[in-house]
Design a protein around this ligand. Structure first.
Ligand code: AMP
Length: 334
């Protein structure tokens, strides 16, 4: 039997290079050999209270971008999270097994409450429980995600084990965070911060559908230092980040050329960034073309979402039915 794979992206904007290299690239490889479920996490997006029309638009954009990246509805089950009410019910049930202390200790919660002091809602606190429900609803084994999700996966395993232990069953597998390369990745942003993200500072992320001129502007504005003064000097973080991006999108010889230039202190950051911008444009061009073509094909996109939800609900209903049985929520009046 094929192992089951589950992953998703929040519909909080467009896909960026961090999403692509941290998650989507793995989806593409995994859909060849695993039973894959890929979804668009619109319930997770609700913690920040998005405008309903904008939220719908984001869901559609993410689905279009999934397909433009190469996700294949013939090979993978692709659906929108809110089309499966089973997930919300499992979330409610798993909440009974999640403790306030462990949720408050979660790094992403601590970071978010620092950033959004005015909106510390319960959905933010129980975010890892909803994520566990996303994964456990299909009893998935592998979860292709970036390094930022490692702790959430650990929490999912805790909830799964706690459920199995409390009810004396061996029902939920212990899912693992996964990357085809063997280690989870974190793609850096352009602002010198550690992570490319949709909600980081303006100019931090490069989106797959980004216009070439904007890519040039963002890369040219990326933070650099005054340059190396000693041969083979260690790179400061903001420079290391740009090299990491070049390693993803440029030819090996190009990367080597600039590595050598850095190491012998002849690097000119202007040239380095110009080359990086052009290579990012080259890399993202094919996605842009596919995105524009798919955006006009509303019928095809609607069809993928509808048939994906139908397929995913079969698996979700099976899990939820068994959970009802295990927890004593069925056959009460017999
Ligand atoms: P999000 O956009 O936060 O919903 O993330 C969707 C997926 O992309 C998750 O698997 C994340 O781990 C991954 N991801 C997001 N940003 C990055 C990044 N900068 N580096 C690596 N993976 C990322």
């Amino acid at each position: 039997m094929k192992q089951r794979v589950l992953s998703g992206v929040r519909s909080t904007g467009n896909l960026h290079l961090g999403n692509y290299f941290g998650a989507i690239k793995n989806f593409l490889e995994m859909q060849e050999n695993y039973e894959c479920y890929f979804f668009i996490a619109n319930l997770h997006a609700l913690t920040t209270h998005p405008d309903p029309e904008l939220l719908k638009k984001s869901v559609r954009a993410t689905l279009v971008e999934y397909i433009a990246c190469g996700l294949d509805p013939e090979k993978s089950t692709i659906y929108v999270q809110s089309d499966l009410p089973e997930i919300s019910e499992l979330y409610a049930l798993l909440n009974m097994l999640a403790y306030k202390g462990e949720l408050e200790k979660c790094t992403s919660f601590k970071e978010k409450i620092k950033k959004h002091k005015e909106n510390i809602n319960a959905g933010l606190l129980t975010y890892p429980v909803l994520m566990a429900a996303d994964i456990l609803i299909h009893r998935a084994h592998k979860v292709p995600v970036g390094k930022d999700q490692e702790q959430h996966l650990e929490m999912t395993r805790n909830f799964a084990l706690r459920f199995n232990h409390l009810y004396g069953v061996n029902f939920f597998p212990e899912p693992e965070a996964f990357d085809m390369s063997g280690h989870l990745v974190k793609i850096p942003g352009l602002d010198g911060s550690g992570k490319m993200g949709k909600s980081e500072s303006e100019g931090n992320a490069i989106f797959l559908r980004e216009d070439a001129d904007l890519i040039r502007k963002k890369v040219m504005r990326a933070k650099t230092d005054t340059g190396p003064t000693q041969p083979n000097q260690q790179k400061p973080d903001e420079i290391k980040n740009l090299f990491t991006l070049m390693n993803l999108v440029s030819k090996k010889e190009t990367l080597q050329f600039f590595e050598d230039a850095y190491n012998n202190c002849t690097i000119r950051y202007g040239d380095f960034k110009k080359q990086l911008a052009e290579d990012i444009i080259q890399f993202t061009n094919p996605f842009k073309e596919k995105i524009s073509a798919l955006e006009n094909d509303t019928k095809y996109i609607n069809n993928i979402a509808e048939s994906g939800a139908e397929k995913a609900r079969v698996s979700a209903a099976k899990t939820l039915d068994a959970v009802h049985e295990i927890m004593g929520l069925k056959s009460i009046w017999k």
